[in-house]
Design a protein around this ligand. Structure first.
Ligand SMILES: [Zn+2]
Length: 112
């Protein structure tokens, strides 16, 4: 069993298991946090979790809880993944004057 050391404001360093820790992952900058009920004083301790802490907790087996995730992220996706080359090609296309026509022609020829 993995032991994770955390610090309670009142009791100092405490030993926890991955199940004791609530890891919240949000989409905004600095919106990740973790919390636990201190095994000594039972006080709930909550702290911000930077990327290093999140990685550490995940590698220790903590199951994250997702917060404020836009519904689009959970939608099923189909088709090929967009690559950097696709983005570059799109960027170059947008620089031309007839980009809209070029896109609608491409779409029409793909559907034909
Ligand atoms: Zn405590």
């Amino acid at each position: 069993m993995t032991t994770i050391k955390a610090t309670c404001h009142s009791c100092g360093e405490v030993d926890l298991t991955p199940e004791d820790i609530l890891l919240r992952i949000g989409t905004g900058h600095g919106s990740n946090s973790y919390g636990f009920s201190c095994p000594t004083c039972t006080q709930f301790v909550e702290k911000p979790a930077d990327e290093r802490v999140v990685r550490l907790l995940l590698s220790g087996g903590v199951m994250p809880t997702l917060q404020d995730i836009p519904a689009e992220i959970l939608e099923p996706k189909s088709g090929p993944v967009i690559t950097h080359n696709d983005l570059l090609e799109f960027h170059q296309l947008l620089a031309s004057d007839d980009w809209f026509e070029a896109l609608t022609e491409k779409r029409n020829s793909e559907n034909a």
